[in-house]
Design a protein around this ligand. Structure first.
Ligand code: SDX
Length: 432
């Protein structure tokens, strides 16, 4: 708490009120505006929530000016170097790094709940073969609420824990089923003797007619990408999960809402759009033309993978992923990856351009991730699904934090009404 106070004055009437400020552990103070409507009869107005803190949270901290990202206080760079995705999942959900026994129990709970109900598998037969996997993912995840009635009492901590284990364990299986459906290949069941990322790759790429050996380089690269995508404070999809969850709906429906929000090209859908953009640019000679398009206000083209609402410095995740590209491509014997070379050149050109410098537009998490996904043979249509698998951990952590808060209230913003004044119904004969 802090004793900083602000005064709000209506300069035409002279009416004054005091606004209490609150300090967090890190980052800017927040102004409590709860009484502004009572004291002044006005709403605050902040489309896009450019300057609005929607909640209090202990999970993730971002300093956009310094390019800092902390998961429960731990720098993402250290977790990327020393941890693994399921340990990071435990940390984000429980708030502390696990003991060896706690980690073993958590990993076992995830590893032994990866199968999905056979009826859920049959849902995929209803989709066209070319359905976008994000459409299949959001639909099938929402349908989980029709199967798991034993874990939807959101006020029961044990039910919340069962839900967390189930959704984290099963979302790779659902993703793999969506991928196999799109290829016409048979679904491959999860294996309890594989770790999280190896299991996903095996479900994606193995076929019944031959043995499949998961490439450890690919599994390790995926694990690191999942750590980097696991959480990111109150981004659009996490805010969607919080808003949906605040109505008391079942958690599978809230996660499905988050998947739908993530799909947008301004958010998680950008990783798929970056690869499409790089393929459209084709060669370094075309870069100036596309940079000019991105700057042209009459052209709605944007450099996908560039810019961020919060980071006005380098996105620390992009820095790590860019370095990863060099290592993973070399290990996979694909160092001369033309798309990666083009991405590096595009970054170099953009970061020297006044338009990008002035607006502090840097590569974000989505700019390089697709290079690695492609290198480990994940198809472009599945890139955002990969993002959703990782971000499910963050969504679960934020949903649990909100639901277990006794002060939780349903989210219900107000508006500035600019429509017609009251008017009476016009009979058809009286209409213009
Ligand atoms: C993610 O919120 C999160 O934390 C998200 C995320 C997470 O982990 O959850 O980090 C993941 O979603 C990353 C962002 C992925 N999206 C993209 O890469 C799409 C391309 N980027 C832009 O659409 C944009 O930068 C946003 C959506 C990311 C941020 O938009 P803002 O904060 O609303 O900023 P803005 O659109 O108001 O841009 C400010 C200026 C504008 O120019 P002016 O009106 O000032 O002249 O910068 C320009 C914009 O036109 N601009 C770009 C640009 N991004 C911003 N111009 C060209 N290309 C771009 N990519």
């Amino acid at each position: 708490m802090t004793d900083k106070k602000y005064e709000l004055t209506n300069l035409s009437s002279g009416k004054k009120s005091i606004l209490e400020a609150r300090s967090g552990t890190l980052g800017p103070d927040v102004l409590n505006i709860a009484n502004v409507t009572r004291d002044h009869g006005v709403f605050t107005f902040d489309p896009g929530f450019m300057a609005t803190a929607a909640c209090e949270s202990k999970i993730t901290y971002i300093d956009g000016d310094e390019g800092v990202l902390l998961y429960r206080g731990y720098p993402v760079e250290q977790l990327a170097e020393k941890s693994n995705f399921l340990e990071v999942a435990y940390l984000l959900i429980n708030g502390q790094l696990p003991s060896a026994a706690q980690l073993a129990e958590f990993v076992h709970a995830i590893q032994y709940h990866t199968m999905i109900n056979e009826s859920l598998l049959r849902f995929f037969n209803g989709f066209q073969y070319n359905a976008h996997p994000m459409a299949m993912l959001s639909g099938v995840v929402a349908s989980m609420a029709a199967f798991y009635h034993d874990s939807t009492d959101i006020h029961n901590p044990r039910h919340r824990e069962i839900f967390a284990h189930r959704i984290i364990a099963k979302i790779p299986t659902i993703a793999a089923a969506a991928y196999k459906h799109s290829t016409g290949q048979p679904f491959m069941y999860p294996r309890n003797d594989h770790d999280y990322c190896a299991n996903l790759l095996n479900m994606f790429f193995s076929v019944p007619c031959e043995n499949y050996q998961v490439d450890p380089v690919a599994a390790q690269a995926l694990d690191l990408l999942f750590i980097l995508h696991a959480d990111h404070e109150q981004n659009a999809s996490t805010s969607t999960v919080r808003l949906a969850g605040s109505t008391g709906t079942n958690p599978y429906a809230a996660i499905s809402a988050g998947i739908s929000a993530l799909w947008g090209p301004a958010h998680g859908g950008a990783n798929e759009a970056v690869l499409a953009m790089l393929e459209q640019i084709g060669t370094a000679e075309n870069i100036p033309k596309f940079v000019a398009k991105a700057k042209d206000k009459n052209d709605n083209f944007k450099l996908m993978g560039f810019g961020h609402r919060v980071y006005k410095n380098r996105d620390p995740r992009a820095t790590i992923i860019r370095a990863m590209c060099h290592k993973v491509l070399a290990k996979l014997g694909k160092s001369d990856n033309p798309l990666f070379e083009l991405a590096l050149r595009l970054e170099e050109v953009a970061l020297k351009d006044e338009y990008f410098i002035e607006r502090k537009l840097y590569p974000n998490v989505d700019f390089y991730s697709g290079i690695i996904y492609s290198a480990i043979k994940i198809p472009q249509s599945m890139f955002t699904v990969m993002f959703a698998i990782a971000r499910t951990v963050g969504w679960v952590a934020h949903w649990q934090e909100m639901i277990s808060d006794p002060g939780m209230k349903i989210g219900r913003p107000r508006q500035l009404y600019a429509g017609p004044e009251r008017r009476d119904y016009a009979e058809m004969s009286n209409r213009g």
